[in-house]
Structure formats: C-alpha cells, structure tokens
Design a protein around this ligand. Structure first.
Ligand SMILES: [Zn+2]
Length: 383
C-alpha cells in the first residue's frame, strides 16, 4: 500500500497532474515535459501503477523503433468527496480519479444552529461514504467549499453571512469524526477551480474568474493556472466593491457595495418597494416574472446586470483575464440578467482586449463548487 508521504512527493504530484492533463502520454514524453530523469519517471509511474492510480492504455505511433506504451489515469483508482456547504442548499458529490462526477446528493441546509448544521454535514458525508463503500469505491479525501471567509491555514470559517457563522473551527470539528484528509476552501474559489479543471485546463482558462451571483455576490480567481486566494484568503470579494458611496449600508458595514445594490436579495427588496408590484417569495420569483415579460422585473434585472457587468469589465482590465464564467442560481435561469452582465462587461473592457475575452454562463449544472472542492482534495493527496 502506498503511503501518504510517498504521494506527497513533489515529483509524484507533478507526474499525476501531467498524466491527468495530457493523457494518453508515454513515459518518454512525461520525462521530456517534466524535466525529470527517465529513470525517475519509470520508478514513480511503476509505484503509481502498482497502486492502480494509473494504467497502461495502448501504444503511441512511432516511425522508428519500439512503439512507446501510453499511460492514463485509472478512473476507478480512487475517489474524492466534494462538498458545497451553502444556504439554502448544500451538495455532496463523488469524483473519480479522472475528476469526473459520478454521484451527487443535495439537502436543505439547517442554518439556525451551528452544531445542527455541522452534524447535518457530517451525516451527509457519512451517508455518501457508505454509498462509496457499498459501490466498492475507495475514497482518498474530502474537499469542502464553504460559503464565507475561510482561514486556509486552519480550515476555520471566519465569517459566513449565508450560514450565520462566525469563527467556527469547521476543519477541527470534522476531524473529530472523519479520519480522511480534509481540505476546506471558500465556495467561489472551489467553483473557480472546478470550472478550470472541467474546462480542460486550456490556455484560455489559465487567467479566469468565476463569479457567483445569488443572495450574495462573490468570485474565485485563477491566475496563471493557480487559485489566487490573496494574503489572507479573501481575494475575490467583488460583492464588496464600492460602486455608490451614497448607496445603502451593506452587511459588511460599508455603504454602496455592489452586493447590497445588485444581489438577489437587493433586487427582491427593490421590486417589493415598487408601487403595484406583485407578491413575491424570493429573487427566483422575480426572474420568473421577468421571463414572463414583467417590465418592472426586467428593468430591475437589467439595471443590476449593467452594474455587475461594469464591475466585471473593470476587473478584466486590472487582471488581464481571458475568461469570465457566470454562475449561481440566479444566472442559470435569468437570461435578462446574464445578457445585461455580458453587454456591460464587454463595453467596460479596454478596446484592445475586447475581441479576446470570453464571458459566458457556466454549463456545469451548478456542480462547479462540488467538483472544485473534490479537486482540492485531489491536489492535497497528489501534492
Ligand atoms: Zn459590503
């Protein structure tokens, strides 16, 4: 059995990531691309093969001499659990070693009590672990994308307005009952990583931002192919960019943040203040109304889209991004909102960059955070 310290070997991680990205690939090409000695590649890949993390999958073509054997990740060689801890819904998924999602469940998150919420999460993970055991799937680690500000060093949730949490040592609590390696990251950061991995890690995705628009607004940023969390783990807080100093007070204490003016909660409030507005239960109802042609709902969505798009355009200019992906439950159902965002963002970016930037909605059916969280665990194991 391979041990954790072997897997954390820097060269093992390098070769696993390279096989994941470039497979099918020969040992010779692995040595050439990684810069490692052929003997080192042979020795590491034989250990990975013995442990069924990779397998041989055919022969490359060769004009001269022996045709080299090609290697690929063995999808059944190990599995990872990914969690999106959010409100009102949380999701738990299982990723195979090739980073394909093979199982998902979701549940309505308890938010009135921290202990109940953590217990609910643990029970959900234990249920999925049971499913894995019954399906003969060996789980190597767990990744969690939690809504809120996360301390990446301790795995604590410093603050989460959605969950109503402050200073919750989530990693410590989970380690009391779960023995697998666990990694915790902010949900938007996890989702950005999920989009990056599922997007084929192409060149266009190397500098990208995933923007989640729902009751709050946040973003995860990938720079040069790596998640950018900033000095204190709070990079990507675009919902708290000040866009109107005379605007209403935000939950963060400042005035006129993007989120307090344009989030789902803000749009819902604005609609309900309009004279003659219908009775709505949530921002999702506002989107239904807009899709039916309600002019007030369409105007509110379009104004929010313009402000969010302008902010995204400004960030594209600052970071020189290639791709921006829009996600979150409001985006998946609101074409008025996403169209407004795309138009305003394209209008705000510098003319020289305009033709080269792609701004689109996520096509991952709301699973990007689960996939990204499980991928964080993948990276933790094969460091
Ligand atoms: Zn704010």
């Amino acid at each position: 059995m391979i041990n954790q310290s072997d897997l954390r070997d820097i060269n093992t991680g390098l070769l696993m990531r390279m096989i994941l990205e470039k497979a099918p690939i020969s040992r010779r090409d692995l040595a050439r691309c990684s810069g490692l000695a052929p003997s080192t590649v042979t020795s590491i890949t034989s250990v990975l093969q013995e442990n069924r993390y990779i397998h041989e999958c055919g022969w490359a073509t060769s004009k001269t001499g022996r045709r080299p054997i090609l290697l690929d990740i063995n999808p059944d060689g190990g599995y990872f659990i990914g969690v999106e801890l959010n409100s009102p819904t949380s999701k738990i998924g299982v990723l195979n070693l090739s980073t394909a999602l093979v199982h998902t469940v979701s549940y309505r998150t308890v938010t009135d009590n921290v202990d109940s919420c953590v217990n609910q999460l643990v029970e959900g993970i234990l249920d999925v672990l049971k499913w894995c055991k019954e399906s003969d799937k060996s789980v190597l680690g767990i990744g969690i994308g939690a809504t809120g500000l996360i301390d990446p060093a301790t795995g604590s949730v410093i603050e989460s307005t959605n969950l109503g949490w402050r200073d919750v040592p989530l990693l410590k609590r989970l380690r009391e009952v779960l023995t697998l390696p666990i990694r915790i990251e902010n949900e938007a950061n996890a989702a950005a990583l999920g989009e990056y991995v599922r997007g084929g890690q192409q060149a266009r995705m190397g500098n990208m931002m995933y923007v989640v628009i729902g009751d709050g607004i946040g973003a995860g940023i990938i720079i040069s192919g790596a998640l950018h969390i900033g000095g204190h783990g709070s990079a990507g807080e675009i919902g708290h960019m000040a866009i109107d100093p005379t605007g209403p007070r935000c939950r963060c204490g400042k005035y006129g943040c993007l989120e307090v003016i344009t989030s789902g909660t803000a749009m819902y409030k604005r609609y309900m203040e309009e004279p003659g507005s219908s009775e709505l239960f949530s921002a999702l109802d506002l989107i239904t109304l807009a899709n039916w042609g309600d002019p007030i709902a369409q105007r509110i969505l379009s104004e929010s889209g313009r402000l969010i798009g302008m902010t995204i355009g400004n960030i594209i200019n600052v970071l020189d991004l290639d791709t921006v992906i829009l996600g979150g439950d409001l985006i998946s159902t609101a074409s008025v909102l996403s169209t407004g965002i795309c138009e305003a963002a394209l209008a705000a970016i510098l003319p020289t960059a305009r033709h080269g930037v792609e701004i689109r909605t996520s096509d991952m059916k709301m699973h990007s955070a689960v996939i990204g969280a499980a991928t964080l665990s993948w990276k933790q194991i094969f460091a």
